[in-house]
Design a protein around this ligand. Structure first.
Ligand code: NAD
Length: 483
């Protein structure tokens, strides 16, 4: 495979497989189609499941000594770092993001393999005392075939996030790649192949979500579903999972709030606002899409956020511009609709709110709304674009209520120098992760996942490894001695 290829194939059972139907891949910075990829069929799904089942039944990963899996994971990480230079441009081309962020995404993918390499030989059970006539212990066994469905915003790192712990625990994995950005992910298959991953332990298929993703999640021979994507798709996958009680991890959307107190360091806050809502053009599940600000500094914060927004350079990711395009025309339309609706419902537009004039591709102006109240759609609904909603609060209690006042609960943030504000907030906020004084202060080592409509289960960190195993308890009665 070469980064200059303009036709890409699916990776099934150790082979690169073509298809009659193809999907066109656009560069969101220009709107031009620059590549195609084979669109998988339902027979491809069947072939991937058969290969994965053979891998599981023969114990190609699960029967080897754990230390061998550790070594394999480290070789995969090494191969990802080796191909990163070739793959990075593709990440920018298909997704639109900044070159430096694309480099970070590939490095993060390698880090997942290094991190879980260190855990592959430490999946230890426990011994449970039941008295002298019994021996009791638990062992952790891999789930079997793990189906992993990936969204388009961080395709390489989100793929690695679930793939690495699943392989480290000895599972076979079938990945459904996103229709908008499937190309760079194929390099993960190349890295795994070069590292010597057994045939069938990984297949990566791209195709229509309901058809190919739907066939995978409804397949009678799979053992686990890991889904990262939108709430409606997650809901439909959960129906399929319920049919056969397939264990699932759901990483869904968010409408996360940062709570800013009057004593906050505003320079630190503004740095976080860039990362929170303008990084990756705001197409981040854990984006800081709401800013709740203590009334005494409300006008000051609005001005600082506005100044940040109007100072951003818009342009292609390859030039490392501050604000890169949205991933598709559909995404651009949706973001515009959210902004028009916000204006219609009475939110005050501070800056932005439109597609920039005379720019090709799918750019959207950095957008700041204030006076956004809890009843408005902009307060409640995920926009998935560079749009921040600012709301004032008067009391600490009101701040927590506003922050918790949506159906989501992915992450939350507190900006304050007062440890008591922070500790009370940590206790009160309904979220899977709380950032204090720096948005995205966590890393691949810190468990991540939501509550409410943001889903359930945790990815990242040691905790995530236990998604990919199930425990078996062994209870043994020791017979009495005959003499
Ligand atoms: P999406 O739900 O439209 O698609 C996600 C994946 O599901 C794609 O690969 C798609 O092809 C597949 N799919 C679609 N219909 C399917 C079906 N019926 N059965 C099986 N698979 C199907 O989401 P998206 O637009 O790609 O991503 C944006 C959403 O993802 C946002 O809501 C965002 O918040 C969320 N997200 C969450 C996280 C997280 O970790 N919590 C990370 C990134 C994105």
């Amino acid at each position: 495979m070469s980064a200059k290829n303009n036709h890409w194939k699916n990776f099934i059972a150790g082979q690169w497989v073509d298809s009659v139907e193809t999907l066109a891949i656009e560069n969101p910075a220009t709107g031009e189609i620059f590549a195609t990829i084979a669109s998988a069929t339902v027979s491809d799904v069947e072939a991937a499941v058969i290969a994965a089942r053979n891998c599981v039944n023969q114990g190609l990963l699960s029967h080897c000594r754990p230390a061998e899996r550790t070594a394999l994971m480290l070789r995969i990480a090494h191969e990802i770092r080796a191909i990163a230079e070739q793959a990075v441009e593709l990440v920018v081309l298909e997704n639109g993001k900044r070159l430096k962020d694309a480099k970070d995404e590939l490095a993060e993918a390698a880090r997942y393999f290094e991190y879980y390499a260190g855990m592959a030989d430490k999946i230890e059970g426990t011994s449970i005392p039941l008295g002298t006539d019994y021996v009791d212990y638990t062992v952790y066994e891999p789930q079997g075939i793990s189906v992993q469905i990936v969204p388009w915003n961080f395709p390489v790192s989100i793929c690695a996030r679930s793939l690495a712990p699943a392989l480290a625990a000895g599972n076979a994995v079938i990945v459904k790649s996103p229709e908008l950005t499937p190309l760079a992910m194929t390099w993960l298959a190349t890295a795994c192949q070069r590292a010597g991953l057994p045939t069938g332990a990984l297949s990566i298929l791209c195709g229509d979500g309901p058809t190919i993703g739907g066939a995978l999640v409804a397949h009678a021979d799979i053992n686990q579903i890991v889904f990262t994507g939108s709430v409606p798709t997650g809901r439909s996958i959960l129906h399929a999972a319920a049919e056969r009680a397939v264990p699932s991890v759901m990483e869904l959307g968010g409408k996360s709030a940062a709570v800013v107190f009057a004593d906050a360091d505003l320079d630190q806050l503004i740095e976080s606002v860039y990362w929170g809502i303008f990084f990756n053009a705001g197409q981040v599940c854990s984006a800081m899409s709401r800013l709740l600000v203590e009334r005494s500094i409300y006008d000051q914060v609005i001005k600082r956020v506005r100044d940040l927004a109007v100072g951003l350079t818009l342009g292609p990711g390859i030039d490392n511009c501050d604000l890169t395009p949205l991933a598709s025309a559909g995404q651009q339309r949706q973001v515009l609709q959210h902004c028009q609706q916000a204006v219609a419902q009475g939110a005050r537009l501070v800056t932005g709110g439109a597609t920039p004039k005379s720019m090709p591709g799918y750019f959207f102006e950095p957008t700041v709304f204030c006076d956004v109240s809890a009843e408005m759609d902009l307060f409640q609904q995920e926009v998935f674009g560079p749009v921040i909603a600012i709301t004032p609060f008067d009391t600490e209690q009101q701040a927590w209520e506003l922050a918790n006042g949506t159906d989501y609960g992915l992450v939350a943030g507190i900006f304050s120098k007062d440890i008591n504000h922070c500790l009370r907030g940590i206790r009160e906020l309904k979220a899977g992760q709380v950032f204090v004084n720096e948005w995205y202060a966590g890393g691949i080592e810190t468990p991540f996942g939501g509550t409410g409509l943001s889903g359930f289960g945790r990815e990242k960190g040691q905790e995530a490894l236990y998604n990919y195993v199930r425990s078996k308890n062994v209870a043994i009665r020791v017979a009495a001695s005959p003499d």
